[in-house]
Write a protein that binds this ligand. Structure first.
Ligand SMILES: [Zn+2]
Length: 391
């Protein structure tokens, strides 16, 4: 009977140490795993033979000795991340070290049902791959970011969804007709949360990431882990009832929900009804810089409604930081009103150490989070061990 390999010291475990940056030499792997150097050498040699790891250059080792540097082989595959927004889509292709190799804005077929929608995504991925000289067969993972709750256990998009025809659909299943790559679907605010905590670890391990775009969503990192909730709907703060009147309709069915009162879409509708020439959230940012008192008043009111909801969330979860992303995160007077309201309403024991800040990643934060999550999946110990066992 073949002996089962201990998963704690398997080649996949060694790979994971290198991938996560915890070890960059054979000596470091040996030290962390606490096994014989000969065992580590066998594992590392296996990973090198299979084209997953390269060993080159030198790195300072303990005792001043020099060791050769172990790295993930960047071209051993690649991943694709697609972010679907209310008005546009962005596609990033990255190598296995997480280096972004291309960014494009594909036109997707949103109206023709899930199969056609997925086909249009796949076509965009293949085009972007070929433009980089990659074989689509080397694609290891795809992550789709949606502005909707995503039930990870069932793999389906929940309501309220940007694309009603995709509600309740197992998107990953539709990719099976095109590729054997892993397919993950994730809520966009969750990607923001993962991206910002990767970019600025100093904000702590309990983070509320708030996406302020045409819609309002929240991603929660609790005790360092993404918290999705029972059905993937954690952080759907946009549909809480608030004071004020709706400026736009919402599919959630709650009268005067936060999104219908204070989202980018609602702010655009209010400004337009008063004769301002605004169509996009970028227009709102632009007009907010003109020091028009009517505009400032609308933004202040919107910020107060958002801040009231966030103060309640902060009291419940006691986060180390609230971090903003999305286009409207660069709207200074909106953020100032949110921040002032949070600090005015949250309990002192909650607000005393709370950081409320604009994200560092700007438009890149979600792509960064998406790449982090999909690489974590496709380069996990289990996946690598299965690949190596497959011959
Ligand atoms: Zn709503």
């Amino acid at each position: 009977m073949p002996r089962r390999m201990d998963p704690r010291t398997s080649p996949g475990a060694v790979f994971e140490l290198i991938h996560t940056g915890r070890a960059d030499s054979r000596a470091a792997v040996t030290r962390i795993l606490g096994v014989a150097p000969s065992t580590v050498s066998a594992r590392v040699n296996h990973l090198i033979e299979r084209g997953l790891v390269v060993e080159q250059g030198v790195v300072e080792s303990t005792g001043g000795r020099q060791a050769r540097l172990l790295e993930i082989r960047a071209d051993a595959g690649y991943v694709a991340c697609l972010q679907l927004g209310a008005t546009h889509a962005t596609l990033w292709i990255s190598d296995l070290r997480g280096t972004r190799r291309s960014e494009s804005s594909p036109t997707l077929d949103l109206g023709a049902g899930a199969a056609e929608f997925v086909k249009s995504i796949w076509r965009a991925i293949v085009d972007a791959s070929r433009a980089l000289g990659f074989d689509p067969a080397a694609l290891r993972g795809i992550l789709l970011g949606f502005p909707a709750p995503v039930d990870q256990r069932r793999g389906v998009i929940g309501a309220p969804s940007l694309v009603p025809s995709l509600q309740g659909v197992d998107i990953a299943e539709f990719f099976r007709a095109h590729t054997s790559a892993w397919v993950l679907v994730e809520n966009d605010a969750n990607l923001l949360a993962v991206g910002e905590t990767a970019l600025q670890p100093e904000i702590g391990s309990n983070v509320l990431a708030i996406k302020l775009g045409r819609r309002i969503g929240a991603g929660l990192i609790l005790d360092g882990e993404l918290f999705r909730g029972d059905t993937g709907a954690a952080g759907e703060i946009g549909h809480q009832r608030v004071a004020g009147t709706s400026a736009v309709g919402c599919t959630c069915g709650v009268e005067s929900c936060l999104e219908s009162v204070a989202s980018g879409g609602a702010i655009i509708a209010r400004l337009r009804s008063m004769g301002y020439d605004v169509t996009t959230t970028s227009d709102v940012v632009r007009i907010s810089q003109t020091h028009d008192s009517t505009v400032a008043g609308i933004l202040r009111e919107g910020g107060e409604r958002i801040g009231e909801v966030l103060a309640g969330m902060a009291n419940m979860l006691n986060p180390s930081a609230i971090v903003f992303g999305g286009v409207l995160a660069s709207c200074e007077n909106l953020i100032a009103a949110v921040r002032a309201t949070v600090f005015a309403l949250a309990l002192p024991v909650v607000s005393s150490r709370l950081t409320v800040t604009v994200g560092r990643g700007a438009a890149d934060a979600e792509g960064r989070g998406a790449t982090t999550l999909i690489l974590r999946r496709v380069l996990s110990r289990e996946v690598i061990d299965r690949e190596l066992a497959g011959g």
